[in-house]
Design a protein around this ligand. Structure first.
Ligand SMILES: Cc1cc2nc3c(=O)[nH]c(=O)nc-3n(C[C@H](O)[C@H](O)[C@H](O)COP(=O)(O)OP(=O)(O)OC[C@H]3O[C@@H](n4cnc5c(N)ncnc54)[C@H](O)[C@@H]3O)c2cc1C
Length: 402
């Protein structure tokens, strides 16, 4: 069986690893247009902050691939997919045949249509190349503005501030992380970030960018002008759909897959940030890992393993602030309880959302001690109704309920 995987991010490489484990006779080739062996994208934050050198980014040593018989072709772009003849075409015109194909092409940073967004000094952060360029620029000093106060924007801002430059985050919504936090949690987080020297401006956005006298000038909607040396646009990602669309595969916001991770073309699977299941493109690693498990099972003949959506869980990394947000954090409708514990001075905020006696969502800010236990309570749908009053009390062991 010839398996071709396009993309060597976490989704592609995990699928390759699992297929190789289950079917050692499979001929597996992974193509990547990046020149680097697989690295974990979250570590780009540490790279940007100057905490790890580029040489230590490779996730696996070369022998790891050899041991599993995985062929990895780096620095080559796949430019066409021909599902009728089961072939892919590389950037030099060369064709490769497949029996089964996995599209793990990931996503790219989305740049909103702001005039001047392409001037020198404006960056995005998705790849090793982006991180290295941005790190080099930031190490020259000056000021940086991050446009977008989502998880990635905040992590980017804190990583840039490690270079001892002035950093500001501009977020269009009235509070930080509206998807991962509620208003109270956002206020605690904002205070903790500001205490670390990063300015936060909410409720404003950039309307115009220009370069003048060696500086980047950001014209905000509020008419305020920010002058900076570096601007980073962190406005979300969009799936890389060119190949799939070019081949006529069914796409919406992402490449549509069913519960077997199959696209609309026979024996063509999609996993990770490119895939859309049940109207959702997750864009996070837990989804990529869960999808890779299912695709690998399907490819190796285990048709019973099907994909069920994940409970989203996200954390901040180098901010020096522990934040985890899981599941339903801003519940809608009736029939739920919210339990809260706030210690703003200590930068601690915890919230559990309980529905039908089960924890369905949680925010844990400034304390990592119970994150694992809460995640298990959510995943295993454990009935906590007998302990409702005590769940967030100091000293109560959530782990004891599992
Ligand atoms: C800085 C940063 C921090 C992050 N932190 C977190 C985090 O803490 N937690 C979390 O869950 N998620 C995080 N994410 C998101 C996470 O990295 C993605 O969800 C994950 O990388 C998706 O994996 P993927 O394999 O689907 O795609 P990608 O990692 O995007 O890999 C796709 C690969 O395919 C290549 N490719 C695309 N098209 C072609 C083609 N035609 N030919 C050849 N190669 C091609 C791309 O260049 C890329 O190398 C972070 C992302 C970034 C950028």
């Amino acid at each position: 069986m010839r398996l071709v995987i396009i993309g060597n991010g976490v989704a592609g490489v995990t699928t390759a690893r699992l297929v190789a484990e289950r079917d050692p006779s499979a001929e597996i080739t992974i193509y990547s247009d990046e020149p680097y062996p697989y690295y974990a994208r979250p570590r780009l934050i540490e790279l940007l902050a100057g905490r790890v050198p580029p040489e230590s980014m490779a996730f696996y040593p070369e022998e790891w691939y050899q041991k599993r018989g995985l062929q990895v072709v780096l620095g080559r772009r796949v430019v066409q997919l021909k599902p009728q003849t089961r072939e892919i075409i590389l950037d030099d015109g060369q064709g490769t045949a497949y029996d089964q194909l996995v599209l793990a092409t990931g996503a790219h940073s989305w740049v909103p249509p702001i005039s001047g967004a392409d001037v020198e000094g404006v960056y995005t952060l998705r790849s090793m190349r982006d991180a290295l360029a941005l790190r080099e620029r930031a190490s020259g000093g000056g000021r940086a503005v991050v446009l977008g106060g989502g998880l990635l924007g905040l992590d980017t801002a804190m990583a840039l501030s490690a270079h001892h430059i002035g950093v500001m985050v501009v977020e269009v919504t009235p509070r930080l992380l509206p998807r991962q936090l509620d208003a109270e949690g956002a206020a605690v987080l904002q205070r903790a970030i500001e205490e670390q020297g990063v300015e936060v401006l909410t409720g404003d956005t950039c309307a115009l960018i220009a370069r003048r006298d060696g500086k980047v000038r950001l014209g905000l909607k509020s008419s305020r002008i920010l002058e900076t040396d570096v601007a980073v646009i962190s406005a979300g990602v969009r799936p890389n759909l060119e190949l799939a669309q070019g081949a006529g595969l069914a796409c919406n916001n992402g490449l549509l897959v069913n519960e077997r991770l199959l696209t609309s073309a026979p024996d063509v699977y999609a996993v990770g940030d490119v895939a859309e299941f049940n109207g959702r493109v997750w864009g996070i690693i837990p989804a990529a890992l869960a999808q890779a498990q299912v695709a690998a099972a399907q490819i190796t003949g285990n048709g019973d393993v099907i994909y069920k959506d994940i409970v989203p869980s996200t954390t901040l990394k180098v901010t020096g602030i522990d934040l985890t947000s899981m599941g339903e954090v801003n519940p809608k409708g009736d029939g739920f309880h919210e339990l809260r514990h706030t210690d703003a001075a200590a930068g601690v905020y915890k919230k559990l959302v309980i529905r039908g006696g089960r924890v369905v969502g949680a925010i844990v800010l400034g304390d990592r001690s119970n994150v694992r236990a809460i995640s298990q309570l959510i995943e295993r749908k454990i009935d906590v109704s007998a302990h409702m009053g005590a769940l967030l009390h100091e000293g109560f062991s959530l782990a004891s309920l599992i």
